[in-house]
Design a protein around this ligand. Structure first.
Ligand SMILES: Nc1ncnc2c1ncn2[C@@H]1O[C@H](COP(=O)(O)OP(=O)(O)OP(=O)(O)O)[C@@H](O)[C@H]1O
Length: 503
């Protein structure tokens, strides 16, 4: 249970309390649940394995199980034990609610999966009135109304899906991002009034998603009843396709047109998708006509989104277009300092400067390098110093620049390294060895490529982006806790890079 508690506490320190978005709580619950299952007797564990922690809503953890038998076991002799463990883990009293979802009989359970979508989850046999099932309808929203009164109803956290760590407070401002940051703040303070749309573009790992989420948090803190929706354009596309398939276009339209602030990440994925572009065009017009705020991010300037319809590109140019640049050295050092302080990582200033001097173009890699250095020191019970940092970074940054690394290379090398087939690595099987190999492969795709979470999920057998998010977070955590995992990840990273250099 100690590990469970640590996992929960780590995240709780950065969560935003009452309004904490469910994405993160969901991952916490997943971590806590895995630990609870691990701690059980082997015979109890066996039939609890297909259970899935769906969501934590206030003080109720909703657990889905495949059949009545498992539910009876959970609700019977295990209830006290589990509720005590959850209560200890989350530091507050947690009740368990068990729901039966027969689809889980053969669903993969290694990670948070599509089935954790709260809307899907709660359509099963929840046996008591459930507050999550009917999120509060947002009231009308008026930016000019200003600060919300205490105790007013917030829109459902389920609906916003914002990462609690991506706020303006945690965003370091430098010359590379001063302007997009200021524009983002202006838009959040006066949605639909300052610049509409706001479009932020720039290369991978430079903070576009962070800014988008920060806008969402800030709007929600200023206007308690604002409806904020964050979505990647890939998710938008997938939902649109599903809506057509299920003949639920009306619901889809309402979902995206009935919001006050729409935050759309990575619009470059709309390129070439004519029907989705058409739908998005109408969504855009409806929102814009109603003075609702639209914020977009892209990996390129709109004029370079060649496979996007002219009329959409033209709409994007109505508002403000601004770019994020790679940060200068001072900003990189400041980002590392902030990250170290937030995650309570100890590293002396010369080491932070050294890391910042070595990794120049991607903030995600910059953070990854700091985590690797501190994890290595932790595992070896050594102080973080320059010698140690040089050893770790030598592996991370090969002489002669970075070779191009593809997901195909990572998947092939991961399969070979763990001695499993490509089919198994990307397939549904959830043996322990396979799950770990798969999670490490996903983590490396996140670290070494600029692929988005949904893209990685797709390459690993069509898994949901939350599965990739969970894997990434879990491996980061294990890197600092388990020497075997650290060694495996380091060796595999070297192999992938060596192979990439050899072409
Ligand atoms: N200015 C900043 N201050 C603090 N952290 C930052 C800053 N910019 C980026 N980061 C961090 O770097 C990581 C990558 O940022 P983010 O995911 O927002 O990049 P992105 O531009 O959206 O990349 P991609 O296009 O690959 O999705 C995140 O952990 C984010 O918190």
């Amino acid at each position: 249970m100690d590990q469970c508690r640590a996992a929960v506490r780590d995240d709780a320190t950065t969560a935003t309390g009452e309004g904490a978005p469910v994405d993160d709580q969901q991952v916490d619950l997943q971590t806590a649940w895995q630990q609870i299952v691990e701690d059980l007797q082997p015979n109890q564990r066996a039939w609890l394995r297909p259970s899935v922690p769906m969501t934590l809503h206030e003080n109720t953890a909703i657990i889905a199980v495949p059949n009545d038998f498992t539910r009876n076991q959970l609700e019977g002799r295990l209830r006290n034990h589990i509720e005590a463990a959850l209560t200890e883990g989350f530091g507050r009293e947690i009740r368990m609610l068990v729901t039966v979802n027969p689809a889980l009989e053969d669903a993969p359970i290694d990670l948070v999966d599509e089935t954790t979508d709260p809307h899907v989850a709660l359509s099963t046999n929840v046996s008591m009135a459930d507050p999550v099932a009917a999120p509060a309808a947002a009231e009308s929203f008026d930016p000019s109304a200003g600060q919300a009164g205490a105790g007013e109803r917030r829109p459902s956290a389920l609906e916003t899906r914002l990462n609690p760590k991506y706020t303006f407070e945690t965003f370091v401002i430098g010359s590379s991002n001063r302007f997009p940051h200021a524009a983002a703040v202006a838009v959040a303070e006066a949605p639909g009034k300052a610049y509409n749309p706001l479009l932020v573009y720039g290369e991978s790992g430079l903070g576009k998603t962070h800014l988008l989420h920060a806008i969402g948090h800030y709007v929600r803190s200023l206007y308690s009843n604002a409806k904020v929706r964050y979505v990647s354009s890939e998710e938008f596309t997938n939902e649109f396709i599903n809506a057509i398939r299920d003949d639920r276009q009306d619901r889809f339209k309402r979902r995206y047109r009935d919001v006050d602030v729409l935050l759309i990440d990575d619009i470059q994925f709309l390129e070439g998708k004519t029907q989705t572009q058409e739908e998005f065009f109408h969504t855009f017009n409806t929102l814009h006509n109603a003075n609702k705020q639209i914020v977009l991010t892209s990996d390129r300037a709109p004029k370079r989104l060649e496979a996007l319809e002219d009329r959409l590109r033209n709409r994007f140019e109505w508002g403000l277009i601004t770019d994020v640049q790679p940060p200068d050295l001072e900003t990189r050092i400041a980002i590392l300092r902030k990250k170290a302080a937030m995650d309570r990582l100890t590293a002396p200033p010369d080491v932070l400067e050294f890391i910042a001097s070595k990794i120049q173009t991607n903030i995600r890699e910059l953070e990854g390098a700091l985590i690797r250095v501190t994890a290595f020191a932790n595992l070896n019970r050594q102080e973080v110093d320059m010698t140690l940092a040089e050893i770790v970074l030598k592996d991370l940054i090969p002489e002669g620049g970075e070779p191009e690394i593809t997901h195909a290379l990572i998947i092939a090398q991961t399969a070979a390294y763990f001695g499993v087939s490509l089919e198994d690595l990307t397939g549904p099987s959830r043996g322990r060895h396979l799950v770990m190999a798969r999670q490490i492969g996903m983590y490396l795709c996140r670290e070494l490529t600029s692929m988005s979470l949904p893209q990685i999920g797709r390459e690993f057998g069509g898994r949901d982006h939350t599965t990739v998010m969970y894997a990434d977070r879990k491996i980061r955590q294990l890197l600092a806790e388990r020497r075997a995992v650290f060694n495996q990840v380091s060796e595999l990273t070297n192999r992938v890079k060596m192979q990439a250099r050899q072409g």
